[in-house]
Design a binder for this molecule. Structure first.
Ligand code: AMP
Length: 420
């Protein structure tokens, strides 16, 4: 049996890397005032059809959708924004008229062609800010993504930003694009031929060579922004500059759907190659309303944790965890084993990491294991120790041995570990 294609195990020897990324992320979230939200991994299919949009690749081609035993169409979440907005509405979090800042960490599922940096089950850290229309919020979320990378020590990232306007100015731009691409429709890939009338902005970020060539000289959205959108975009740029954050304006960075508005951004780590985007996000002022809620501005982003991990490994930035202090209890014979498990239990409840042999090894084998497991002390219990009601404590670093009465072990070991 093997894990499904595009999914992967994170083995016990690797988990510290994930813990490390998450701890840095959680620390930054706390300082920026973001609280965690945990939503179900499985949702009604309709949530994603409405929340992401039927015409997107994610919804039209990549979802893990199936009928459950009650004949309902359900889907493994391909992203977390739609679920967060659903929870925001379901629990009427909007009622207090406050800004809601939430983050999530978890598995997402997309049935895509697996390759380096692209998986079918992958993990995202992401956040959503609901209820804030100020461009300050746009700058804050971009700054926060940058801060996470900075705290992790990652260098050589490129931040790309764009404004995709809103429902006032985008329709005219959309029409300009359709007029531009219509005469070149034969040069477009099959997907983009379909996008031409439904979702023409997406042609601009198509990776197919023909579409890239056809896009040269296409009208750029920043020339068509209305005054309000332009003012907001200028404000975002001004705030980023004030924060010392370098960016490139990339008019080809788009999102096709009506409920995406104003800011779109992406952070790339070019050495990752074809899948170089480590973070993508933007403003979605129309989404909450689209999903049946009161008009509420929103902005968010998601970081792909597998790609982040690859980037951190490429720059050798993951600290090897310090091995924790621990003891190993070696015992000979059933009576000694009984004393051993009692002492082990006591030590563990005192907060000490304590382990014993679970494989019926000889005393010699157990001592070998104590060394292998890098225990600081071995606690030895044999017939002498049983008679004297005192264990032998061996300091594994210098070989010194000491007798400690059974009753004193739980007191002695924690302080000995501290002073070792
Ligand atoms: P998106 O939700 O498509 O905006 O993606 C946000 C981020 O998630 C991307 O920048 C990637 O880092 C990551 N990501 C998206 N799809 C995948 C995937 N199939 N495998 C691994 N990471 C992904």
């Amino acid at each position: 049996m093997q894990a499904l294609k595009g999914t992967h195990d994170i083995l016990p020897s690797e988990v510290y890397k994930w813990d490390y990324m998450e701890s840095v992320i959680r620390d930054v979230c706390a300082r920026y005032g973001y609280k965690e939200i945990r939503t179900p991994i499985i949702e009604a299919t309709e949530l994603f059809q409405r929340g992401i949009g039927d015409s997107t690749d994610v919804v039209s081609k990549e979802m893990y959708t199936f009928l459950d035993r009650g004949n309902r169409s359900v889907t493994l979440r391909p992203e977390n924004t739609a679920s967060a907005v659903r929870a925001f509405l379901e629990h009427k979090l909007y009622a207090d008229q406050q800004v809601h800042k939430m983050f999530y960490i978890g598995s997402m599922f997309r049935y895509d062609r697996p390759q380096a940096g692209r998986y079918r089950e992958f993990h995202q850290f992401g956040l959503e800010v609901l209820g804030a229309s100020s461009p300050l919020a746009d700058a804050e979320v971009i700054a926060m993504a940058c801060e996470i990378f900075h705290k992790l020590g990652l260098k050589d990232l490129d931040l790309h930003i764009n404004s995709i306007g809103d429902k006032n100015c985008r329709p005219a731009y959309r029409q300009k694009l359709i007029d531009f691409f219509m005469p070149k429709v034969d040069q477009l890939c099959d997907d983009c031929k379909e996008r031409l009338l439904k979702n023409p902005l997406r042609i601009l970020d198509c990776k197919e060579e023909g579409c890239k060539a056809a896009s040269v000289g296409a009208p750029v959205i920043t020339d068509y922004l209305c005054e309000d959108c332009n003012t907001k975009f200028e404000a975002v740029k001004k705030y980023l500059t004030a924060l010392g954050i370098d960016y490139t304006v990339d008019p080809k960075l788009v999102r096709g759907l009506d409920y995406y508005t104003n800011t779109a951004f992406e952070i790339q780590y070019p050495p990752l190659g074809a899948q170089s985007a480590v973070c993508g996000g933007g403003r979605y002022d129309g989404l909450v309303e689209e999903m049946g809620g009161p008009s509420t501005p929103g902005i968010g982003f998601a970081i792909g944790l597998e790609r982040l991990l690859l980037a951190l490994e490429m720059q050798n930035l993951i600290p090897v965890p310090q091995s924790a202090h621990k003891v190993y209890i070696a015992s000979l014979g059933q009576d000694a084993v009984i004393e051993g498990i009692k002492i082990q239990h006591l030590l563990r409840s005192e907060g000490v990491i304590a382990e014993m042999d679970l494989q019926d090894k000889s005393l010699k084998g157990q001592m070998k294991q104590a060394g292998k497991s890098k225990a600081d002390f071995a606690i030895i219990i044999g017939s002498n120790e049983l008679e004297e009601k005192a264990v032998t404590v061996k300091n594994m670093n210098n070989g010194e041995q000491k007798q400690v009465p059974f009753d004193n072990v739980a007191e002695y070991i924690p302080s000995a570990l501290k002073n070792n």
